[in-house]
Structure formats: structure tokens, C-alpha cells
Design a protein around this ligand. Structure first.
Ligand code: MN
Ligand code: MN
Length: 297
């Protein structure tokens, strides 16, 4: 990474941390999910950065990938709320998440993922095998009386890509791949009182385009060009497209992208036994002797 790229990465991380802290204070009973989303987006833009992915706000048994719809009328009550924020500067990404317990009943569950993340961070250094991170996360969460979600994991981050190699497991998956100096990774333990597995649902609001291909219809090409310029391969929400295009245009374009095999879709992820879910996440840079947490608030 060049010094300029490192600067961009650090800036993205710092703004992501601040945006998460800002957003965390907005999540209160009676507050609107859509308004919280818009305020966080505005905060990120005012700080001089762009979204790396739509603000994810997932409640209760939903672990991830819920994003506000265009006319979303959801208001917070007593949920356990996962807020996951991604910020990019020239494509370099800070990815960070926390859990807000509005029920007052899930303090231990919230702490379990925070402690697992803290523990994992103390271990990170070049040469550490990935399975050791998973093992430590599993141990912390199990000790607290919960289960880690095994089919959700942390990941590497690359320019304009929110998920790249390596996969950072939340349990011992026997992966003996070693961390290397200079890697940028997100560690994100999820804890649950359910089965420890998620499954996909329907009606995605979050998408990205993997590969831009030729399309024949003019307005579909306009939508594609808009996405290519603004997001490149990064995820966007349908709501964001609807700020620019009409609903029939957006729906038809998404259908075309899907048929052409260009579209990646992120459906909301729900815990298998409808268990409550907590999450904690930071983006880190692996350094010579350990790591630097880039998304501190
Ligand atoms: Mn995240
Ligand atoms: Mn992540």
C-alpha cells in the first residue's frame, strides 16, 4: 500500500468509527430507522467520505443485511439493534459495528461479542493462524453462555471490495492460513442465544454489481453507468437508486442485472432458531508486532 492509500484507509476507518458512535446515540425507542440511516449517511458525507455499503440496521433475530427501504416506517421499540457502518475514501474501507440493547434484557449477550472481539484483537499479529482467532472468539462467547454464529465471518478488505480473502472465522474451522503484515481485516463476532446459524430470507434491499457488462436498453444502461461511477463494485441499496431513478426503472434494471448474472444480492440474514443476536466489529491493519485498530471512535 502506498502512503496515500494508507492515509485514505486510516481516514475511512476513523470516520467509520465516528459515524458508528454518532449513530449509536440516535438509536432510541421511538426513533425512525429511516431517519437514523439518513442522519448517519449525512454525517459520513459531511466528514468528507462516502458509504462503503448501505447502513445496516438489523433487529433482534436478524443478524445482518437489513437496510432501510424507501418509505420504511419502522420505529425502534425494545429491540436488540445491530448497527453496521461502512465508510470508504477512494475505495479504501472502514467497516465497524456495534449492538444497542433497547430491551435492557440482553446486556450479557451484547458484552459477549464485544469481549470476543477484544480478545481476538489482542491475538492479532503476523504469523497467527486464522483458526486461532475463531477458537478465541468461540471460547469467549461460549464462556458467556451463548453460541457464536458459525456461518458468519470476518473478512479481508480490498480497494472497492468489502469482502476479500481471508475469511476470519468465528469458530475453530482448522484454517491454518497465517496473518501477514499489511493485511487489512475486519473481525466480527456474532453471539446468539439461538442455534448459532443464520439463513437467508427474501426481499434483498442491498446489492452490488460484480462485473459491468453490455446492456441493450438505454435507461438500464443509465442505471448501470450511475452505479459504476458512484459505487463501482461496492454495495448500494435500492433506496439510494430510487433517489435518482423511478421505481419501474430501478426494478426493471435490477431484474436485467440479475438475468445477466451481474448482480450480487444481500438478503436479510435471520437466526435459524430466531435467537437474539449481537455483533461487534472493527477493521484492523496487521502491523509488524500486532495490529492497529482503524475504526475506533
Ligand atoms: Mn460490517
Ligand atoms: Mn464486515
Amino acid at each position: 500500500m502506498t502512503p496515500q492509500e494508507l492515509n485514505d484507509l486510516k481516514k475511512a476507518g476513523k470516520i467509520a468509527g465516528k459515524a458508528l458512535a454518532f449513530g449509536k446515540d440516535l438509536v432510541k425507542p421511538g426513533a425512525s430507522l429511516l431517519e437514523v440511516t439518513e442522519k448517519i449517511e449525512e454525517f459520513i458525507h459531511k466528514e468528507g467520505a462516502e458509504l462503503a455499503f448501505p447502513v445496516n440496521i438489523s433487529c433482534n433475530e436478524y443478524a445482518a443485511h437489513y437496510a432501510a427501504k424507501k418509505d420504511d416506517d419502522f420505529k425502534f421499540g425494545k429491540e436488540i439493534v445491530k448497527l453496521d457502518v461502512g465508510v470508504q475514501v477512494n475505495g479504501f474501507v472502514g467497516d465497524t459495528a456495534c449492538t444497542i440493547d433497547l430491551s435492557g434484557k440482553h446486556k450479557a449477550l451484547v458484552e459477549a461479542s464485544v469481549k470476543a472481539l477484544d480478545k481476538a484483537i489482542t491475538l492479532v499479529m503476523p504469523g497467527l493462524e486464522l483458526c486461532e482467532i475463531g477458537k478465541a472468539i468461540d471460547a469467549e462467547i461460549t464462556k458467556a453462555g451463548f453460541k457464536p454464529i458459525r456461518n458468519l465471518s470476518g473478512h479481508g478488505l480490498a480497494q472497492y471490495h468489502t469482502h476479500s480473502a481471508p475469511t476470519i472465522p468465528n469458530f475453530n474451522n482448522n484454517d491454518d492460513t497465517k496473518l501477514e503484515e499489511g493485511m487489512v481485516i475486519a473481525i466480527e463476532p456474532f453471539a446468539t442465544d439461538g442455534a448459532g446459524l443464520i439463513h437467508e430470507t427474501k426481499n434483498p434491499e442491498i446489492f452490488n454489481i460484480n462485473e459491468f457488462r453490455a446492456v441493450r436498453i438505454n435507461f438500464v444502461r443509465d442505471v448501470m453507468k450511475y452505479i459504476e461511477k458512484k459505487y463501482k463494485n461496492l454495495p448500494f441499496s435500492k433506496r439510494e437508486l430510487l433517489l435518482k431513478f423511478t421505481e419501474p426503472q430501478v426494478n426493471y434494471s435490477l431484474k436485467q442485472f440479475r438475468e445477466l448474472g451481474m448482480l450480487e444480492e444481500y438478503t436479510p440474514l435471520i437466526e435459524k432458531n430466531s435467537g437474539m443476536v449481537s455483533q461487534a466489529e472493527h477493521t484492523l491493519l496487521v502491523t509488524k508486532n500486532g495490529c492497529e485498530v482503524l475504526t475506533k471512535s
